[in-house]
Structure formats: C-alpha cells, structure tokens
Design a protein around this ligand. Structure first.
Ligand code: AMP
Length: 280
C-alpha cells in the first residue's frame, strides 16, 4: 500500500490507473478505523481492481462547537489496518492541500439536508458534499462505498451523484455493530464506562421498535413514544431527534410502511451518537 498526501499525486495515480483500464473503488473516511470502516474497505475491494481509502478529518463539516480538535487521529495504526484489507492507496491529504488559500466553492444538496442531522448541524452536509465532490474528482472512482450508519449522508450523496451525473456506483454498506449491539463509531472512544452502558440504549430501543412493528404497530407517534421513554430511562441520555422517515425521500411519516426507517440522534454525556434501522 502506498500513502499519498497531495491532490496532485492522487490525480496522477488515478489517471494512470484509468489509462491502464483498471477500475477504482473509493471509501471516504475520517480515520480512527474500527471494524465498520474495515468492512467497507473489504466490500469495496471486491468491486474494483484498485482500492483507494481516503483519510481526511474534514474541517468544514464540523461546527464551531464540535469535536474537530479532539477527533481521534492515528495515521500509523490506520495505515496498517487499511493495508491489511487490501487497500492500494491511502489518500491522506493535509487540510491546506484540500482547501488552499482562495478556496471558495461549496457543493450543497437542498431539501434532503434540511432535516435530522442537517437541522441539528447547520452547514455539516455542505461540508460533506463539498469534500466528497472533491474526492470524487481527485480519485476518479467507478464505485464508492458509504456506511448506512450515516443514513442521511448516504441519501444526500446518492442525490448529489445523480444530480451531477457522476458515473459512480454509490454502494451502501449495512451498519457494523459491537457484539452487544452498539453501532461502531470513531466517537465511541469518548464514552466513559457508564456512558458506554447508557449508549446501548440506542440500539436496544431501535431493536425493540423493530419488534413492535413486526408485531403489527403502524402508528409512528405510538411507536416513538415507547422508544423515547426507553431512551430517556438511561442516565445521561438526551435526544436530539427521533424520527420515522421514508428511506429515500427522508420525509417524516405518520404511518409506518415497507419503506420506513427509524433514525435516532442522541447525546450521551457530551458525545453525539446516531443509529438507525429499517422497520420491517
Ligand atoms: P467516518 O470515518 O465516521 O466519516 O466514516 C467513514 C465511513 O464509514 C462512512 O461512510 C460511514 O457511514 C462508515 N461507517 C462508520 N461507522 C460505521 C458502522 N458502524 N457501520 C458501517 N459503516 C460505518
């Protein structure tokens, strides 16, 4: 595996690879790899001749009061883990290389970004779509793999790729969880032991909701009342949003149907966690 730090070298590699008629898969990440990231890499490696993993803690997708400065970083460990999954190129640019002096362009998706995480984190998705657009142009992938953990992000990126007519197959990968159900996240390292326990409330509440829907519940309000109660029973948990939406449009639904997805964002102590589940 080679580590590339500059956009210019990344483009040169992509051009050479394309000229050799080899296909490219991209997994964009912010590093601090866990098994969720590694599963995405393995899935992406199967879908193209060459695998590029980008590792970039993207400053423009963090709000002023968010955790940009303390976000976990460990390039050496991440490089070893990425190499072990069959990564050809780890693209790890500096912020100044991605956003040089004078950088003034923003790529934004309207509508889908108004709700859920978009409502709680103003500007977040513009930061995501701007960096992903730039990564697509530098890496020139035919395939890009994203986790369903960031369900809204995946919907927003699918919209951007369709609207801008990029010839890229956007693949969603199911959420990878700890043995006890907690969705893996680079932010889980922030959790103190008692918070780690409280954080389990998210996946437990979603699993319980799934059971209730399987047993015939179709009323969103009734379902969410139960989920809310279960979440708030955990110490130190505050709910940011709890919502049943249509899986493609992200429009809130009063009645649960085959397209419904239940999404939650909550603070456990000061750590913001998200999770979601399709409702059968
Ligand atoms: P991040 O480094 O947190 O920006 O995540 C990079 C990619 O990994 C995104 O597409 C995430 O959706 C995905 N991802 C993060 N955690 C998980 C998980 N537990 N399961 C599946 N995908 C994940």
């Amino acid at each position: 595996m080679e580590i590339i730090h500059t956009p210019r070298e990344m483009t040169a590699w992509a051009n050479r690879t394309r000229a050799a008629a080899e296909t490219i898969a991209l997994v964009p990440t912010m590093g601090a790899f866990h098994d969720g990231h590694l599963a995405l890499m393995r899935a992406a490696a199967q879908r193209a001749d060459r695998l590029v993993v980008s590792l970039f803690v993207n400053p423009i997708q963090f709000g002023a009061s968010e955790d940009l400065d303390r976000y976990p970083r460990n390039l050496k460990r991440d490089a070893e883990l990425a190499a072990a999954q069959g990564t050809d190129i780890l693209f790890a640019p500096a912020a100044e290389a991605m956003y040089p002096r004078g950088f003034a362009t923003k790529v934004g998706v309207a509508g889908l970004t108004d709700t859920l995480c978009g409502a709680s984190r103003p500007g977040h998705f513009d930061g995501v779509t701007t960096v992903v657009a730039k990564l697509f142009n530098l890496v020139k992938p035919q395939v890009a793999v994203f986790g369903e953990k960031d369900f809204q992000q995946l919907a927003v990126i699918r919209r951007m790729v369709a609207d801008l007519a990029w010839d890229i197959d956007v693949v969603g990968h199911p959420i990878v969880r700890e043995a006890d159900g907690l969705a893996m996240s680079s932010r889980n390292v922030y959790l103190a032991p008692e918070e780690r326990q409280a954080a389990l409330g998210l996946s437990r509440a979603l699993a319980h909701a799934r059971q209730r829907v399987a047993a015939g519940e179709t009323d969103t309000e009734r379902l969410l009342a139960g989920v809310r109660q279960a979440l708030l029973a955990r110490p130190g948990v505050t709910i940011d949003y709890l919502s049943v939406v249509h899986g493609q449009s992200l429009v809130a639904q009063e009645r649960i149907d085959a397209d419904s997805v239940l999404l939650v964002a909550a603070l456990v102590g000061t750590t913001r966690l998200i999770d979601n589940t399709p409702l059968p």
